[in-house]
Write a protein that binds this ligand. Structure first.
Ligand SMILES: CCCCCC/C=C/CC(=O)SCCNC(=O)CCNC(=O)[C@H](O)C(C)(C)COP(=O)(O)OP(=O)(O)OC[C@H]1O[C@@H](n2cnc3c(N)ncnc32)[C@H](O)[C@@H]1OP(=O)(O)O
Length: 731
């Protein structure tokens, strides 16, 4: 018979190990998910056993179904009661086989899928295949021997890189690293069968990775110390990357079986952790937001997008430049419009050099010729979609939208990149408001992963679908949100920053607030982040909202606006010309304008003291717990209001926005997931407590959805939509 094939069948998703051989297995499709997964593993165990004991079989090829080897374990299966044969003995049995077992890797070999392949004696990959151990991104480590086999196969430094980042490698890189033995452009299974037959009967002694000594890099201790330091710094409190380093260290310093024990111990601390739950939640949330729906019921499954091959960007400031780069890198033809000649030249240079740098990194040609620049808005006449990114001024934007309606061909989708203005008001400037949506990018637009797609009451599902499809093509985590001041992300930022300003009034410093937030896991605390973004942005928004009016900076009225508590601290800082990094000072001081290293500023501290004295405020000691509770719970409370108002469809939408656009620590799953982990009753109780202490701060007043969720027993986050639906149906 020669070689026999064992097929690892993908289930309805491109992951999961399931084998289909006979009627009994086909019936397993009707079984509960966890039983089905167990049946897959059982199938592999049985089939391999049969093949190995059949004297006619000389070698075995393990391949996948539908062009995918195996994307790893089904994350939904993870839980306290995992049934079926465990992976480790299954992989050991394959590795111990006395006939060559070859993995034919097409599509993906990820996580448990790659661990299975590493247990095989040979690996043949298709040139388009991707391989990796992404467990760390799910709060785990490769615990089916992967953390012990990979360093033995490719060396410690390369294994540390792959395991601590979870990055996927191409087949070409896998070949270079030594993970696979051969790469083919042809039929992978055919190539693997041919290969398996060619090695039949040969000794397998040198093919069992678990028996390899782990290559010992020089200065082992120093290497691990350096990597651990780097990982701890970038992990911002995430446990899995640290555990991954510890597991690889075990591979480098212990015999295989002891290393495997250590791997198991480390996995035990991660497997049931809140961080793993949070990371796995965000994995599914990221995919769930693609299944958007508008209040009308129209959604991703009922709305067809328009094709977009040519797009225009109006206004080439920082945002416009970033959007132009992102569109060109996506392969679109772009018309870039800027009316000011000097700014047009400056922007052209900046866009070109960003594209050149990016292309150099990727080893491709820069797509410079995809962009045409013009000062004349008539140049947008034949584009399929326009993104307006002019200065944040309603009058100016209205003028642009009027011009666009006159110039664009029928059916062109008109998008505004406004971060807070009313996009429906802009829509009313056009004869076709159904074609108007918001595409709210985050700066720098070619780097940041988030896109808010904003619909107004008149936006058509087709326009939303077009913006969502373009976002997907650009590789953005795109989230559909309703139209309101600040949409989702910036609206939740208001209570967050307001609390931080109040904390300064009450005795905190920017350093204290930032430290608490950074220890929590934010990439940057609020004040450091504001210095980076520019303090003038928020100042302009507050001025346009009638809040930051220049007033006598003393007396009671200076700290009250529209009848509520207000802190003018940020406005006073701006009045001093301190706009953050770009001016060399803001909440911190910098060596020179544009410098990035924030240093404590004695001027700011004495300014705060004088401010408190002027307003009769007595500084008190504030701890990290209070900073977190006040800043984060106020923000979460606004998140509940957003759900209540129907601006976001579900908590996943808010969480994806915060993780991908606002530096919220991914291992904490986003603000709404975090609230569910803290306990909704606790969040409610703390908000009530702070609102009692600060009755003049409406953001601290617990919203009715939060109260309702608590009253209905604090259901888990994936059940909130039921409560929200009930609430809406009663309104
Ligand atoms: C006590 C010790 C126990 C040890 C047990 C053994 C442990 C093994 C560790 C692992 O294997 S962890 C899993 C490692 N694998 C991954 O992380 C892969 C994650 N998936 C992906 O990277 C991608 O999905 C893909 C496989 C490259 C395919 O990408 P594509 O863009 O084509 O499709 P998606 O939209 O991402 O996914 C389609 C669909 O499938 C769902 N899905 C994907 N991966 C998984 C998974 N690992 N588990 C469950 N479901 C998965 C995804 O959610 C989509 O479905 P949806 O309904 O649209 O959400």
């Amino acid at each position: 018979m020669g070689a026999v094939m064992v097929r690892v069948e993908s289930h309805q998703r491109p992951v999961e190990t399931r084998k289909r051989y006979n009627e009994e297995d086909r019936e397993s499709h009707e079984r509960p998910q966890e039983e089905r997964s167990a049946a897959v593993r059982q199938g592999i165990v049985d089939k391999v056993e049969t093949a190995l004991s059949d004297p006619k079989v000389k070698s075995v090829v393990i391949c996948g179904q539908n062009g995918i080897f195996c994307g790893g374990a089904d994350i939904k299966e993870f839980g306290p009661k995992m049934s079926g044969p465990p992976l480790i003995p299954m992989i050991h049995a394959i590795e111990a086989a006395n006939k060559p077992v070859v993995a034919a890797i097409e599509g993906s070999a990820l996580g448990g899928g790659l661990e299975l392949a590493l247990g095989c004696h040979y690996r043949i990959a298709h040139s388009k295949a991707r391989l990796g151990l992404p467990e760390v991104t799910l709060g785990l480590l490769p615990a089916a021997g992967g953390s012990q086999r990979l360093p033995r196969l490719i060396g410690v430094p390369a294994a540390l890189d792959l395991i601590t980042t979870g990055r996927h490698v191409t087949a070409a890189e896998a070949l270079q690293l030594g993970i696979v033995d051969q790469v083919t452009d042809n039929n992978t299974v055919d190539a693997a069968v041919k290969f398996a037959l060619s090695v039949a009967g040969q000794s397998l002694d040198a093919r069992r990775i678990s028996t390899y000594p782990c290559p010992q890099p020089s200065h082992l201790d120093a290497l691990f110390e350096e990597v651990m330091q780097k990982v701890r710094q970038s992990a911002r409190g995430a446990m899995a990357p640290v555990a991954c380093v510890q597991a690889v260290r075990a591979a480098a310093t212990l015999p295989y079986t002891q290393g495997l024990e250590r791997e198991k111990e480390l996995m035990a601390t991660l497997f049931t952790s809140g961080q793993a739950r949070a990371l796995q939640y965000i994995f599914f949330a990221q995919r769930a937001v693609g299944r958007w729906r508008m209040p009308s019921g129209a959604g991703w499954d009922t709305s067809k997008h328009r094709p977009v091959n040519k797009a225009a960007v109006i206004g080439l400031g920082t945002m416009g430049q970033g959007i132009t780069v992102a569109l060109a890198q996506t392969g679109l033809s772009v018309v870039a419009i800027e009316t000011q000649e000097k700014q047009l030249m400056k922007a052209k240079q900046a866009v070109s050099s960003t594209l050149e740098r990016g292309a150099k990194r990727r080893g491709v040609a820069p797509p410079l010729d995809r962009i045409s620049y013009s000062q004349n808005i008539q140049a947008v006449a034949d584009v399929d979609l326009v993104i307006e990114a002019v200065f944040e001024d309603m009058g100016l934007k209205m003028e642009v939208f009027q011009q666009l309606s006159a110039v664009c061909k029928p059916g062109t989708v008109l998008c505004t990149n406004t971060s807070a203005l009313d996009m429906d008001q802009l829509a009313s400037e056009t004869p076709n408001p159904e074609l108007v949506v918001g595409m709210h990018f985050f700066s720098p637009a070619h780097v940041m992963k988030l896109l808010e797609v904003v619909y107004g009451p008149r936006s058509s599902p087709q326009a939303v679908a077009t913006a969502m499809q373009l976002g997907k093509k650009m590789g953005k985590a795109s989230v559909v949100v309703g139209n309101c001041r600040g949409f989702v992300g910036n609206r939740m930022l208001m209570p967050y920053s307001e609390q931080a300003f109040f904390l300064l009034e009450e005795g905190a410093t920017p350093e204290l607030v930032d430290r608490a937030l950074e220890e929590f896991g934010f990439s940057m605390g609020l004040f450091r982040m504001s210095d980076l973004a520019g303090l003038d942005v928020g100042w302009r928004v507050r001025k346009s909202a009638g809040l930051a009016e220049p007033r006598e900076a003393s007396g009671q009225s200076a700290r009250i606006r529209k009848g509520y508590r207000y802190s003018p601290i940020a406005d006073l800082i701006c009045e001093q010309g301190r706009f953050g990094q770009k001016t060399g000072s803001g909440w911190y001081q910098y060596d020179k304008p544009g410098s990035r290293v924030a240093r404590s500023d004695p001027w700011l501290h004495s300014f705060l003291e004088q401010y408190r004295a002027r307003h009769g405020l007595v500084a008190r000691s504030i701890d990290h717990q209070e900073v977190l509770e006040r800043c984060l719970y106020a923000m979460i409370n606004e998140g509940f209001r957003i759900l209540e108002d129907g601006i976001a469809a579900g908590p996943e939408d808010i969480d994806v926005i915060y993780v991908f656009g606002y530096g919220w620590p991914r291992h904490r799953g986003g603000p709404m997931f975090y609230a569910s982990m803290v306990g909704l009753a606790k969040v409610l109780e703390r908000l009530e407590h702070y609102h009692q202490a600060h009755p003049d701060v409406p953001y601290l007043q617990p919203c009715s959805l939060l109260k309702r969720l608590v009253a209905s027993g604090s259901p888990p986050v994936h059940r909130w939509r039921e409560v929200i639906k009930k609430l809406h149906s009663q309104l």
